[in-house]
Design a protein around this ligand. Structure first.
Ligand code: HAM
Length: 435
């Protein structure tokens, strides 16, 4: 058998049901806060990521999937979504210089060492608000994400937040940071020795224990912020207090990509285990468009890792809105007579999948005896079975069996009024599900 590439993952049913659910909640929450969907290519000119994410970052220097296309152009599978969105914004005559609030969802590629919660192809959902320097937009973004994580049942997601200043105030901090670590240079890991020259801020979040133990007494960036950065930060934190969003100011929080200014934040949880505790991260990138040679467009955004979010949702049985249902018709006549009803039910479920709905599993439209049906239903993970045979057909009935509670009720079938029957069946299942 040809094997899957290392660090890649197939997503098949039933796991894909959780993906659908997450995508649905994302769409619902993000669009109601005014973020519209953007779709950009998964492959871009390499230069886009080199200039935005930054040449000295791990992502660009070690992790990109880059190759030449047949026209000898260097192209890269996107390692993240922000650079593409800002490129799309800057090249769109319609949006350039307006406020664009947008969200996206799709695969990203980083050649990292795979481990739990870390893949080489992974999905992100992201939000970007481009063309605003208002701290209230930062606050709104954090507020809506807080709401989003709660809505999908990840109650313990916490916000870690910091301001890393701007090109005005950060250089003084960097100088002092380098001076601080210079005296400890010999104790730093190989990567951090290099970062002293290239990317000193990253010394603050090296996961190597020998480096993190050196952080005692490290200069605090908050003390170096210029007036404008301080005001921005204070307004944001004041908003979060008003909005009752719980956060932790972490002066050592920095991000792995180079384009951030002022606000940086992450949503973290202890439940992921291992070293990957970030559900996602983001912040302001007011000078990113200038790095791309355009005028500066103040912006803020966030991206969450889909696999990590799904891993936590998997532990939240019962949060799923889809109820798996198995159809068990015991003879051909019953199957043929009830087929319009079964298909109407499926159509209804597809139309009403924005709320709690049914999802049909293991349906090959074959009649079987009840024992075989129930064993298949069991293996499929169905919660309910819709059962009918000669007896039900004669009396115009359908049995609804709750496979967990092992209880059965019967419902009247009116083949001349399928909509009503479908409505009654769904109503009964939702009632049983909640009881
Ligand atoms: P990032 O911190 O590089 O930020 O990635 C955001 C999230 O994507 C991470 O917190 C993690 O959940 C997930 N992630 C990253 N790498 C992997 C991986 N190899 N496997 C699984 N999940 C992963 C960004 O990408 C920025 N574009 C976020 C942003 C948007 N900033 C402003 N706007």
């Amino acid at each position: 058998m040809i094997q899957l590439l290392r660090g890649m993952k197939d997503i098949l049913p039933p796991e894909s049901g959780k993906w659908e659910e997450l995508q649905h909640v994302a769409e619902e929450v993000f669009s109601s806060f005014g973020y519209g969907l953007s779709i950009t290519p998964v492959v871009e000119k390499t230069e886009l990521f080199v200039r935005s994410v930054g040449e000295d970052t791990d992502v660009v220097s070690k992790e990109m999937y880059t190759c030449k296309d047949r026209g000898d152009e260097s192209i890269t599978l996107r390692p993240e979504g922000t650079a593409s969105i800002i490129r799309a914004y800057l090249s769109s005559p319609e949006w350039k210089s307006k406020l664009l609030k947008t969200w996206y969802w799709g695969p990203m590629f980083r050649y990292e060492r795979p481990q739990k919660g870390r893949y080489r192809q992974f999905f992100q959902f992201g939000l970007e608000a481009i063309g605003t320097d208002s701290p209230h937009v930062d606050a709104e973004l954090i507020y809506l994400l807080n709401h989003f994580y709660k809505k999908i049942g990840i109650d313990d997601a916490r916000v870690e937040i910091n301001s890393i200043g701007c090109p005005e105030c950060r250089p003084a901090y960097k100088n002092d940071l380098v001076a601080f670590f210079m005296s400890k240079k010999e104790e730093l890991c190989g990567d951090c020795k290099g970062r002293l020259d290239t990317n000193p801020l990253r010394l603050l979040d090296c996961k190597n224990p020998s480096c993190s133990s050196l952080l005692v007494g490290v200069p605090n960036i908050q003390k170096y912020l210029c007036n404008t950065c301080t005001t921005h930060n204070e307004r944001l934190l004041k908003d979060l207090d008003k909005l009752k969003v719980v956060y932790n100011v972490n002066p050592n929080l920095v991000r792995g990509l180079d384009y951030y200014t002022r606000t940086v934040f992450e949503f973290v949880t202890d439940k992921l285990g291992g070293r990957q505790n970030a559900l996602g991260g983001g912040g302001r990138y007011d000078v990113l468009s200038a790095q791309l040679g355009e005028k500066a467009v103040p912006s803020v955004g966030y991206a969450g890792g889909v696999e990590r979010t799904i891993m936590l949702m998997s532990e939240l049985e019962g949060s799923l809105n889809k109820i798996p249902v198995y159809v068990a018709m015991m003879d051909d006549e019953t199957l043929e007579t009830y087929l319009p009803l079964i298909l109407e039910l499926k159509k209804y479920s597809s139309e009403h999948n924005k709320i709690k709905s049914l999802v049909f599993v293991e349906d090959d439209f074959k009649s079987r005896d009840i024992k075989k049906h129930l064993s298949r239903a069991d293996k499929s993970g169905a919660k309910f079975a819709l059962i009918a045979g000669a007896y039900e057909l004669r009396d115009g009935l359908l049995s609804i069996k709750d496979l967990t509670k092992k209880q059965e009720t019967k419902i009247k079938v009116d083949l001349n009024d399928l909509k009503k029957t479908v409505h009654d069946i769904c109503g009964r299942i939702f009632e049983e599900e909640n009881s």
